[in-house]
Design a protein around this ligand. Structure first.
Ligand SMILES: NC(=O)c1ccc[n+]([C@@H]2O[C@H](COP(=O)([O-])OP(=O)(O)OC[C@H]3O[C@@H](n4cnc5c(N)ncnc54)[C@H](O)[C@@H]3O)[C@@H](O)[C@H]2O)c1
Length: 266
């Protein structure tokens, strides 16, 4: 139980990769704060979960867990969420900024034509949400003299996607990586590490429904780009986060780790 006594706040944790982070850290003994804009978002694409809610799933593992509905793009909601978490647990040791994704339609995300609204919403959801959460937890982590922050970028932030789709998302995720490196420089003196996960193709229920099972041939095409020959499971991303937040990652900060089965070749 490497994380017994630690408290982890995970954003966007009511389904998919965020839920995998929560289950994994709970399995290591951490108490968990599940954040999501919709604490029942697992219903949207009928993701099968092991209890009535993700909060119930986590509690069944024998750790403390509370769910906090909040929109990470709203600074005031983020600050209230962190205060509620501190009131409940006294400290937040681990922050996993997972909430994110493209706002708007994929075919309207091109660099030369993405609408201002979609661009701002995508920057808000990925970059500003991450920044607000980091700023909200940093003071209490500094007081603790210990903290682990894990942000979430994407392959799209490292490499332009073929044909130029996802330009707005790529720009936001590149920003998340730069922000990670700067924050790590600043917070290292306080015993706080800040790192970033860079997933590529993850087999979430949303992407199964909208892409992998919906568009003929796309799954095969993607598999051809992945040396390990399979899409990532959400748990593959959670395992990399475990590395950053346990003693294994004690001397690692300011780094961006591709979790991609070899698909990212840079
Ligand atoms: N799935 C992939 O293949 C993939 C690849 C690279 C990067 N990523 C990144 O990994 C992270 C998780 O992706 P996923 O595929 O599990 O996403 P998902 O869309 O399946 O789940 C995202 C969760 O975040 C919540 N959320 C969205 N906006 C929010 C907000 N403003 N405030 C709070 N919660 C919010 C949603 O309700 C949902 O529960 C995202 O940052 C995404 O960009 C995913």
């Amino acid at each position: 139980m490497k994380l017994k006594g630690k408290v982890a706040l995970i954003t966007g944790a009511a389904r998919a990769i965020g839920r995998a982070h929560a289950l994994r850290l709970a399995g290591l003994g951490a108490d968990i704060l599940i954040n999501d804009i919709d604490l029942e978002s697992f219903r949207e694409f009928e993701e099968g979960i092991g209890a009535a809610t993700v909060v119930d799933e986590i509690r069944a593992q024998g750790v403390e867990c509370i769910g906090i509905a909040a929109d990470v793009t709203d600074k005031e909601q983020v600050e209230s969420m962190v205060q509620e978490a501190l009131d409940a647990f006294g400290h937040i040791d681990i922050l996993i900024n997972n909430a994110g994704g493209l706002a708007g339609e994929v075919l309207e995300s091109f660099a030369s034509s993405v609408s201002e609204d979609d661009l701002r919403a995508t920057l808000d959801r990925n970059l500003m949400g991450t920044l607000f959460c980091c700023q909200a937890v940093a003071p209490s982590m500094k007081t603790l003299g210990w903290g682990r922050i894990v942000n979430t970028s994407s392959q799209a932030g490292l490499q332009a996607q073929q044909g130029g789709v996802y330009a707005s998302y790529g720009a936001a995720k590149a920003g998340v990586m730069a922000y990670t490196r700067y924050l790590a420089q600043e917070l290292g003196a306080f015993g706080i590490t800040v790192n970033c996960l860079v997933p590529a193709y993850v087999k979430t229920r949303r992407l199964e429904v909208l892409v992998y099972d919906a568009i003929p041939g796309v799954k095969e095409q993607l598999l051809g780009q992945i040396p390990l020959g399979r899409l990532a499971e959400p748990e593959d991303v959670a395992k990399a986060a475990e590395f950053f937040v346990t003693d294994l990652g004690d001397y690692i900060t300011g780094q961006c780790l591709s979790v991609c089965g070899g698909a990212i070749r840079s």
